[in-house]
Design a protein around this ligand. Structure first.
Ligand code: DAH
Length: 340
């Protein structure tokens, strides 16, 4: 009777093995038959109810089946594991015949290139590069630059106001007062940065653009130093044959003030489509720092003088890379940017 029970169990195990789909099924099978409360284990436990003389033979039989079942399950487990490993390796294998992905190299934006070029030139002349906040106090953007409330110059530089006293700066000139107020003299700095105006977008205007401010304060600084500095700057930027011309102008924070034109580097000054037949191209505003501005920033104008200038970065980039629409600089179309 016990014999037939054993045979039955063996058959059940074999069926279980042939139905097992994975290692888990096999492990379940192992628990079911060989576990602490497994059916074969129970058979062994029931041995105590048999007459003593039958026990050895019965024990041998059950143990033989147990070993057989265990070996069988173990064998199939190993097969499942080997198959799983093979599948994993196959899924992770690298197809070395696949063509490699093309590397896309980026490069600096024309604005960044122009900015770095300007910085390189002034650093070479001993200038320090400083930065100021884009969200600025009215005090620094206007008041301390001789542009009090109600001054007509404010009309040309309408901007975005956070509140009555805080605005998005319209010019990097705001950094002039911040640097002067610190009281560390002499000063020789440039300040590149983003500025804002409530201008509509067109080929030459944008509500957000960049300027580079320059400021020099020292004893015995003259208009000749300003002229020489800017001439050197223009030659470095546009080539050694470039000439500069200063036209009288008005800025509230400089006196006297001027706008600077460079001879057209395309036609050499003869007049062409690029310079609209003028032979000259305007590139920046400048002047001697107004004594009242110095006073407002705690500097004695009888002891110190200085000059300042402001360059539009986009204007430089457009000229240098011969781009005729400022909007192209902001669209970030890689077909355009790849050309520089
Ligand atoms: N901040 C002026 C502007 O945005 C440009 C400028 C002119 C800056 C003369 C200067 C300067 O420092 O001296 O129009």
């Amino acid at each position: 009777m016990e014999n037939s029970k054993l045979e039955e169990l063996k058959k059940l195990v074999e069926e279980g093995i042939s139905c097992a789909k994975d290692a888990k099924d096999l492990n379940d099978l192992k628990v079911k038959f060989l576990g602490k409360k497994g059916e074969i284990t129970n058979l062994l436990k029931s041995m105590k109810d048999l007459p003593a003389e039958e026990r050895p033979q019965f024990g041998q039989m059950v143990n033989a089946v147990r070993e057989q079942v265990e070996t069988e399950i173990q064998k199939h487990l190993a097969e499942f594991e080997a198959a799983a490993k093979a599948a994993k390796i196959a899924s992770e294998s690298i197809d070395v015949t696949l063509p490699a992905k093309k590397m896309q190299y980026g490069h600096a934006h024309p604005n960044t290139k122009a900015m770095e070029e300007v910085e390189r030139i002034f650093i070479g002349m001993g200038y320090e590069v400083v930065e100021g906040p884009e969200v600025e106090l009215d005090k620094y953007n206007f008041e301390k630059l001789n542009i009090p409330a109600g001054h007509p110059a404010r009309d040309e530089q309408d901007t975005f106001y956070i509140n009555e006293n805080i605005l998005l700066r319209t010019q990097t000139s705001s950094v002039q007062a911040r640097v002067m107020e610190k009281g560390k003299l002499p000063i020789r700095m440039i300040c590149p940065g983003r500025v804002f105006r409530s201008d509509a977008v067109d080929a030459t205007h944008s509500p957000s653009f960049h300027q580079i401010e320059g400021l020099v304060i020292d004893k015995h600084v003259s208009f000749a130093d300003l002229k020489g500095t800017l001439d050197k700057f223009a030659k470095e930027l546009f080539g050694p044959d470039t000439k500069t011309k200063l036209r009288p102008h008005h800025f509230p924070f400089t006196e006297p003030s001027a706008e600077v034109d460079v001879s057209c580097f395309k036609c050499g000054g003869k007049g062409c489509r690029f310079c609209k037949g003028e032979g000259w191209i305007e590139i920046l505003g400048c002047g001697m720092v107004h004594p009242h501005v110095l006073e407002m920033c705690g500097i004695d104008p009888n002891e110190y003088q200085g000059f300042a200038f402001g360059v539009g970065l986009e204007r430089i980039a457009l000229l240098k890379y011969e781009i005729d629409d400022m909007r192209l600089l902001y669209e970030n179309d890689t077909r355009f940017l790849n050309q520089f």
